[in-house]
Design a binder for this molecule. Sequence first.
Ligand code: DI6
Ligand code: FE
Length: 414
Amino acid sequence: MPTWDSLCTNVNLATMTEGGAPYGAIENGALAVKDGRIAWLGATSELPHRDAGEVIDGRGGWLTPGLIDAHTHIVFAGDRSGEFEQRLTGVSYEEIARSGGGIARTVAATRQACHAELEAAAARRLACLLAEGVTTVEVKSGYGLDRDTEIKMLEVARRLGAAHAVDVRTTFLGAHALPKEYAHDRAGYLDLVCRQVLPELAERGLADAVDAFCEGIAFSPDEVAGVFETARALGLPVKLHADQLSDLGGAALAARFGALSADHLEYANEAGVQAMAAAGTVAVLLPGAFYTLRERQQPPVELFRRHGVPMALATDCNPGSSPVTSLLAILNLACNLFGLTPEEALAGVTRHAAGALGLHDRGTLAVGQRADLALWRIHRPAELSYWLGFAPLEVVLRDGRRSYPRAPQRSRLS
Ligand code: DI6
Ligand code: FE
């Protein structure tokens, strides 16, 4: 038996660990994997031996942690490209939502779709992420807004994780919008969410976290607080769509419940940012939605830096405000639109994205971490943010096993 299952040599490591060189870089390095975990990493000159089942020659490229997309809505049915055309004529996202389109349109289509249809549509979106080195993806419900469809969405998300080389973390987003059957009974809908659906999800282990949309077109801070109290009582961590289109104090609300993350945050105020810092809540920035909705108000990146709030980045892949299936494009948008550095951007889809999901076993290259690794044919890590539409991915190991490109099928004849 070889000491190591795999060994990547002749490679530069962007470990993304804090406190050392930019990107936590180790140039001319090597990394060894045993039992799905990183067993050794360092400079090639210090490599103790080369006794491995598989040796991957990195040919001078860069190895990073597998990327993590910490905020997606990839499970949905239907099409909203007509709303894109409407917005281009000057109709706003909120006007479309208030006139019965928007989330409600996707809810109608998602209720109609069966498990297999939803799974097939989501798998096509997921394939785009996997082709960019994503090894962990968060998937939200929230286009069902009734018990059966919310559960259907979460079951589809779980199936995606079982069928593809990716870890899926599920988030229940029942408080995404008010379904039309409850148009005149907000309390009734929140009761359904809190008393019926949430306890059932907790019991069945279908949701890893609970999210809500706190906004004028969705739920008020008080309504969200009720959902969060129920989630916390059931032992589920929370996250929040906060301060995207207006300042409702969402950042502070998320912090008050010890949220894993507050997401969007364009309108977050300084008190909210300070509260997030104190609570250890990660800021998940979603430049795909900012870009698609042609927003003007940028998230307070300088305040996050000053107060030490970690910034993650995610696609927010959804049919309304962020029809984006490229996490690398998000790195580019975050740098060009929000002024992040390429190093901050890469930390946002590795170390801090892991934090936004409450996962501490990934997102950096260090001994003992999961061997979720992406090897890139690039000269410098900044290239991952620099290109738009180019994915210089060469190899992915997930849990120590090669998941990209797929291992060649053995010939049936031999
Ligand atoms: N914020 C978003 O960006 C998505 N949901 C949310 O709460 C948009 C959802 C949609 O328009 O379908
Ligand atoms: Fe979202």
